[in-house]
Design a protein around this ligand. Structure first.
Ligand SMILES: O=C(O)CCC(=O)C(=O)O
Length: 310
């Protein structure tokens, strides 16, 4: 971030860029047109039908623990840009890329996509974590854009962040010496009262920094809360060995360019890094690896459905 991106901003104001630098997140209301949101919802219905009859998660769909073949419950659609033209074309659009270019520059590469469902009544929680703990890079121009598919309020398990935590360390995400993809808030001196809920009407987007501490409670409300994530980094942020970024060589890596130009010269910055190793024996999704936590912040009786401690 900083000076190299100060030229020609496309849509963000000085204040928004400064706020992202200080706080590590932004919410842009009603950024995605209604017809695209409607098309994403239709795609979700198609994926949910695909889950009918399934007995276990596969490389496209991650199923809730309470899923049955007769009563399908999907908690995540994996890599939806590979199976949905709607999701793919939104990924390359200025609706998503213009604010990202304003924050981390013109040359952008895709890290991954996912659609977290958090369905009404049972949608699973995601424990507190930092994305950079999963995939450390040579610099931290790494972020996630979340497209809000359903109105997101305090009631239906909004994404929550700790403002400014992207300027702190990468916290320990291990349990018994094995990477567990979640951190112990208390041990890291966070007070839940300082967390901010990223709320907004359907069609809004939130953007959070790769180092920010974030998580979300389960959805006990009667309203779905679906979030479509595009995780993106500057083209000169290269993955550190041992992290969870997968690629098959430079051709594959460069095929992930979203805009601008690739490079073979990583930008090395003085950012904190912790290697997510060793990995657990089974690692099909964040939900699975976080299930090894001894104490789950969001699954205990002490949490209300607003994600606030009672
Ligand atoms: O869906 C959410 O609320 C959180 C998503 C997240 O942090 C993740 O999938 O890594």
């Amino acid at each position: 971030m900083g000076e190299r991106n100060m030229a020609k901003r496309e849509i963000l104001s000085e204040e928004q860029v400064a706020s992202y630098a200080a706080q590590g997140y932004l919410v842009l209301e009603k950024r995605i047109p209604d017809d695209i949101i409607a098309a994403i919802r239709s795609e979700i219905t198609r994926f949910e039908e695909e889950a009918r009859g399934m007995t276990e998660s596969n490389d496209r769909l991650d199923l809730e623990d309470s899923h049955t073949p007769e009563n399908p419950r999907v908690r995540r659609i994996k890599l939806p840009h590979t199976t949905s033209e709607v999701v793919k074309s939104l990924m390359y659009s200025d609706h998503v890329l213009a604010p990202v270019r304003d924050l981390i520059g013109p040359d952008l590469r895709l890290h991954t996509t996912k659609l977290n469902m958090k369905s009404a009544g049972y949608g699973a929680a995601i424990e507190w974590h930092q994305d950079f703990a999963f995939y450390p890079h040579t610099n931290d121009d790494v972020l996630a854009v979340a497209v809000i598919v359903d109105d997101m309020s305090s009631e239906n398990g909004p994404l929550m962040v700790f403002p400014g935590s992207h300027r702190g360390p990468i916290h320990d995400h291990h349990v018994d010496g094995v990477f567990a993809g979640a951190m112990d808030l208390g041990a890291c001196d966070f007070d839940i009262a300082d967390a901010v809920e990223l709320k907004g009407p359907a069609g809004s987007i939130s953007i959070h920094h790769g180092r920010i501490v974030h998580g979300s409670a389960s959805n006990r409300s009667s309203f779905d809360r679906r979030l479509l994530f595009y995780e993106i980094m500057a083209a000169d942020a290269f993955p550190i060995a041992g992290g969870m970024t997968r690629f098959e060589g430079i051709e594959d890596y460069n095929s992930r360019m979203l805009c601008g130009r690739p490079t073979l010269e990583p930008r090395l910055e003085n950012v904190p890094v912790r290697i997510p190793q060793p990995q657990p024996a089974s690692n099909r999704s964040i939900y699975e690896i976080q299930s090894r936590l001894m104490q789950r912040a969001f699954a205990t009786e002490s949490w209300s459905n607003t994600g606030r401690r009672k």
